[in-house]
Design a protein around this ligand. Structure first.
Ligand SMILES: Cc1cc2nc3c(=O)[nH]c(=O)nc-3n(C[C@H](O)[C@H](O)[C@H](O)COP(=O)(O)OP(=O)(O)OC[C@H]3O[C@@H](n4cnc5c(N)ncnc54)[C@H](O)[C@@H]3O)c2cc1C
Length: 232
């Protein structure tokens, strides 16, 4: 049920130089679907309440008493500056859960394509899909600026070891290591098998989503197979 409620910060952890994980308390009966978001209330300089959506980055499990966000701190951004100052025990107002960026069919193969913090809803969807279905292929292509900006590497490696049907690939726009994949996610769609017949989920900024959609269509995939969540 969509609702406005107060929550408490349980933990803030730095993930990279400009990304933090925010863990927030939710009651044990709080329910959401993988891929949904909650909006965080922030007061702007005119004293007006503004809401900024953040994808829930942990999977829905009945007895979870927390949800997590993976937040990029944009310099000077209203919500970013608010989050930068948050600390454990602070109270925040949330609104949700909401959003229709949900797994359409748990029996199909899925390819997930993310840039930067666009990985957030996929950290909820991937464990959720893998726990429902051990046969469908799950492929993730994710981009970061450089190796130091990689998000969730350990968690994804663990999932890859536990689930032979899951593979993930890192792509870097500015790699330090010359053997790393250099480019944008749309340059690495070759990791998707030619006979792939499942659904695509794309998350990140608008420009990347448009480019990925165009490339997938030019590769012969249908628009109806492509679902996306724009962060800007
Ligand atoms: C459905 C949905 C889910 C979202 N989930 C997440 C999430 O999980 N994690 C997350 O970090 N954000 C997420 N966002 C984006 C988030 O809601 C804010 O837009 C973002 O945090 C910037 O808000 P701000 O108030 O700090 O910046 P603003 O004050 O709104 O903007 C400041 C400037 O930063 C630019 N900007 C905004 N976002 C970015 C970015 N990612 N990279 C570079 N420049 C940017 C804006 O264009 C603007 O020029 C989501 C957005 C939507 C619509």
């Amino acid at each position: 049920m969509v609702q406005v409620f107060n929550s408490r910060v349980l933990r803030i952890s730095r993930m990279t130089s400009d990304v933090v994980a925010v863990r927030l308390y939710v009651p044990a009966d709080f329910e959401f679907k993988a891929g949904q978001y909650l909006s965080l209330s922030v007061i702007n300089s005119e004293g007006k309440k503004i809401r900024r959506p953040f994808s829930i980055s942990n999977p829905p499990q009945k007895r979870n008493k927390f949800i997590e966000f993976c937040c990029k701190l944009v310099p000077g951004g209203l919500a970013s500056e608010y989050i930068r100052k948050l600390k454990a025990d602070d109270e925040v107002e949330l609104f949700g859960p909401a959003g229709r960026f949900l797994v359409r069919d748990y029996t199909k193969d899925i390819a997930l394509i993310a840039s930067g913090v666009g990985i957030a809803p996929f950290m909820s969807m991937i464990p959720d899909v893998l726990s429902h279905n051990s046969k469908s292929k799950v492929i993730l292509i994710k981009s970061s600026r450089a190796e130091k900006d990689i998000l969730y590497e350990k968690e994804l490696e663990t999932l890859e070891k536990e689930h032979p049907n899951f593979r993930f690939y890192n792509v870097f726009s500015m790699p330090k290591n010359r053997n790393s994949n250099k480019g944008y996610v749309q340059d690495f769609l070759r990791y998707i098998p030619h006979d792939f017949n499942g659904d695509f989920y794309v998350c990140g900024l608008k420009e990347m989503i448009i480019s990925v959609k165009e490339k997938l269509v030019s590769m012969g995939f249908k628009e109806e197979q492509i679902f996306y969540e724009k962060f800007d």
